[in-house]
Write a protein that binds this ligand. Structure first.
Ligand SMILES: Cc1ncc(COP(=O)(O)O)c(C=O)c1O
Length: 373
């Protein structure tokens, strides 16, 4: 603990306070009355807990129903609901990738994908972030006879940049590899129907598997794995986080049904989110604040040192904005940052005020030479 403190890595648990610029509730669905109503009705009908694994007494029709709905939404043959995105990623990588297979993984992939790879019996090969040419060479040079998986996030959770999904899909098609895409921060937001960046990139290959968390833009909890029937059925039979764990509370499936209905019926929500995110990126750029390669609602403000990132976050929090410092191991050493996440409910006036507060805090910390707006 002392070592963590000395290196600026000691974390504290802190409740939400101030204007939300740090949650993943991008579409403001977590507090939507329609979701709450369905959650209550589902709880009254099914009870609080599922009382068992899905393969035992935990199964309910509402799980199957929302899985069918999600599969249609995603344009996939089948979907399976896991209790968290973390466990869905562990389940996919430890079940589908076996001894003799290879998992090619983007260097900036989320911890849950890294842990899934570590627990898998397949060989792991890490390629530089978003580097399609390097991946191509690695695929060409691999000698294993088993299945090759290419694993990426579609929207990277700490940088807000986007993977070249169309190029990966082409490469996987020509090399026979299976593309696995973590759509945690994209599902509900991108693509014409809001199903994610795979939709936006026009990827509807049979050989793709996606993991779609339900606790971020969809506002509830858990995650859907979507893909070909053979893969999903294999997960039902063998994925240890699915088989050996109590099913989530069934009412979550009802709340998610309501959430998916809103995504379908209110495209203006995600349009507003993207407009607000572009507005904030433009205002930050005008104030001379670097947001790296962000093209999305996730906007990193790079600070560097851990302690300094925490100090800047505190100064901003004192002005009423809930912004959090992100430090290693969530991001590489020396790249501590604020991870600003925009939600659809923020007004331009609020974002303007935030830019002023941020610019002042960065100037104070010696991290921004430009004047505020
Ligand atoms: C890219 C990515 N994948 C997976 C997860 C895990 O999802 P969950 O929070 O549902 O466990 C997260 C969430 O932190 C994430 O950012």
């Amino acid at each position: 603990m002392a070592a963590l403190g000395a290196s600026g890595l000691l974390r504290t648990l802190r409740e939400p306070a101030g204007i939300d610029l740090s949650s993943n509730d991008y579409l403001n669905l977590s507090k939507h009355p329609a979701l709450a109503t369905r959650l209550i009705e589902g709880t009254v009908r099914e009870g609080c807990g599922s009382t068992g694994s899905r393969l035992l007494r935990g199964e309910r029709e509402c799980f199957a129903e929302v899985e069918r709905r999600f599969a249609r939404f995603k344009g996939a043959e089948r979907a399976l609901y896991f209790s968290t995105g973390y466990l869905a990623n562990i389940g996919v990588l430890t079940t589908l990738a076996e001894a003799g297979d290879v998992v090619f993984s983007d260097k900036r992939n989320h911890a849950s994908l890294i842990d899934g790879m570590r627990l898998s019996r397949a060989r792991a090969a890490v390629f530089p972030h978003n580097d399609v040419r390097r991946l191509e060479r690695l695929l060409a040079g691999s000698s294993e006879s088993g299945v090759r998986f290419v694993v990426v996030e579609s929207l990277f959770s700490m940088d807000g940049d986007v993977a070249p999904l169309a190029e990966y899909a082409t490469l996987c098609r020509s090399s026979g590899a299976v593309l696995v895409v973590d759509e945690a921060h994209a599902v509900g937001i991108y693509g014409g129907g809001g199903s994610g960046l795979m939709e936006a990139a026009g990827i509807d290959d049979e050989n793709c598997i996606s993991i779609n968390t339900a606790g971020k833009a969809l506002g509830v909890a858990g995650a859907f794995v979507a893909g070909p029937s053979w893969a999903v059925e294999y997960l039902v039979q063998r994925a240890r986080p699915f088989v050996f764990s109590t099913a989530p509370p069934p009412a979550l499936a009802d709340a998610l049904d309501a959430s998916l209905a809103i995504v379908a019926e209110e495209p203006e929500r995600r349009e507003r989110l993207l407009v607000r995110a572009a507005y904030l990126r433009a205002r930050l750029a005008a104030a001379g604040i670097d947001t790296g390669a962000s093209r999305s609602q996730i906007i990193p403000i790079f600070i560097g040192e851990n302690d300094r990132a925490v100090a800047v976050a505190r100064a901003i929090q004192a002005e009423g904005f809930d912004v959090r410092a992100i430090r290693p191991p969530s991001v590489p050493a020396g790249t501590a940052r604020l991870r600003v996440s925009v939600n659809a409910g923020l007004s331009e006036a609020t974002l303007d005020r935030f830019v002023d507060v941020l610019a002042a805090a960065l100037r104070e910390a010696g991290r921004c030479s430009a004047a505020s707006s």
